[in-house]
Design a protein around this ligand. Structure first.
Ligand SMILES: [Fe+2]
Ligand SMILES: [Fe+2]
Length: 329
């Protein structure tokens, strides 16, 4: 049904276009119009962006045929609503990779993915683990990293907020690690504790999130959150390591519990010693920088400033960012 030469990505949509696309179904909700007619309100994404869509006809029937997390083929008209594009959907069907591969479909089109070389990131992390001199911390990180290697290479770092793409977890960790390796030259701190803290601070995200294609919160994630999940993963592993020093265990656990820095950001403790303070601020810096990039890239207007509707709640200056990006290409 879908011809390759007509396929469009979300970034290419313009108001009033009629488009054919392969998209990922992120959510679906049956709702009632004011006139009491059922319609289907859906949210779709591909590697280039996200968009909402409405299905006005046969909503109930179509709702039964499509599931969240499914790849779908969509025929729709692009309409502008509240200064954003949305899709008025005429046709939507589930797609199987085996049947549509020769019609231009691949999961890669749908999933945003890190631009970094994941193997290289993994190698940099391996090197840092090998350089940990405290045998207890080294064993702790090694065990957790090797047990979870597959997820570590693929997972996002969050659902939407920052690094929400395939490989986002490892990109974030490796970026914080590189800053940590600079910080340890600048302050008299325990290098091993900083490296271990950085590598493990978000490890609970591997269970808090489902990973792709859905990338939603798991039940465990909703009930407990990544800080508590990570704390218990680390505590369980520490119990398996003979003679793990008690104070060292408290310190690494404290870094996990305090890394988000504030009670209202779900940290039950605030950072209380230099290594914990450093992990918290470097983590925060890396997340904020990614959120800036994301806000600027998602702003489609031509002016030098973004709209107010972003995490920072101020218009962000984007001129230099766009020019740097052009130069990089
Ligand atoms: Fe975190
Ligand atoms: Fe983090």
């Amino acid at each position: 049904m879908i011809q390759k030469n007509k396929l469009r990505t979300i970034k290419e949509y313009e108001n009033q276009d009629e488009v054919w696309s392969y998209l990922l179904l992120k959510s679906k909700n049956l709702r009632l119009t004011r006139g009491n007619k059922l319609y289907l309100d859906i949210f779709l994404s591909d590697a280039t962006g996200m968009i909402s869509g409405k299905i006005w006809d046969n909503a109930k029937k179509i709702n039964d045929k499509i599931d969240v997390g499914m790849a779908v083929g969509v025929k729709a008209i692009v309409e502008e609503y509240n200064a954003k594009n949305q899709l008025n959907i005429e046709k939507i069907v589930g797609i199987k990779e085996s049947e549509f591969a020769d019609k231009g479909f691949s999961w890669k089109l749908l999933l945003p993915t890190t631009e970094k070389n994941v193997d290289q990131l993994w190698q940099n992390i391996q090197k840092a683990i090998e350089n940990i001199s405290n045998p207890f911390l080294k064993e702790l990180v090694k065990k957790i990293y090797y047990q979870n290697k597959d997820d570590i290479l693929k997972f996002p770092a969050s659902m939407k907020l920052h690094h929400a793409f395939v490989g986002g977890f490892i990109e974030h960790i490796e970026s914080v690690l590189r800053m940590g390796l600079i910080a340890i030259k600048n302050y008299e701190v325990d290098k091993d504790l900083i490296v271990t803290g950085i590598l493990l601070h978000d490890i609970g995200k591997l269970k808090e999130l489902s990973g792709f294609p859905n990338n939603i919160y798991t039940d465990e994630g909703n009930f407990l959150g990544h800080i508590v999940i990570g704390y218990s993963m680390i505590q369980n592993m520490i119990k398996k390591i003979d003679d793990f020093p008690e104070e060292l265990a408290f310190k690494i656990e404290h870094i996990i519990l305090s890394h988000q820095g504030k009670y209202e950001y779900q940290s039950p403790k605030k950072p209380a010693f230099p290594e914990a303070i450093i992990v918290h601020y470097l983590d925060e810096l890396d997340a904020r920088m990614n959120m800036y990039n994301q806000a600027v890239e998602n702003d489609i207007g031509d002016n030098n400033w973004t709209s107010l509707s972003n995490y920072f709640r101020v218009p962000l200056y984007k001129k230099n960012h766009k020019e740097n990006e052009k130069e990089r290409k």
